[in-house]
Design a protein around this ligand. Sequence first.
Ligand code: 5GP
Ligand code: ZN
Length: 113
Amino acid sequence: MSECIFCNIVRKEIPAKICYEDERVLAFHDINPVAPTHILVIPKEHIASMNDITPENVEVFGHMAFVAQQLSKEAGVAESGYRVVVNNGPDSGQVVHHVHAHVIGGRVLSSLC
Ligand code: 5GP
Ligand code: ZN
């Protein structure tokens, strides 16, 4: 998986502004933020998209949601509001094929589509 940029970040081969890490997930600030808070939460295991959820790896997605909630509190947007977005496949605009939850907040967000 050496060509996956997020696997590179997990292995600390390229830098990122990491804001949370444990044995299962990593969270870091998006390099091109679209709002004052824009954090990416990823599984450390390479999972390309939500199409690849299986009974064996499904638990990490719940953990990602909990980490997103905790980081929203740390960022001070839990009460003002934030959005958690997972892009999957071409029509969604997914660019990095290592599943990631965008945690976006800190301003009023426009409608989804
Ligand atoms: P996608 O469209 O795949 O859901 O979003 C990919 C996100 O990853 C984009 O918001 C983009 O700015 C971010 N990104 C891409 N490469 C890097 C990187 O090397 N470092 C960081 N921190 N974010 C990245
Ligand atoms: Zn990867």
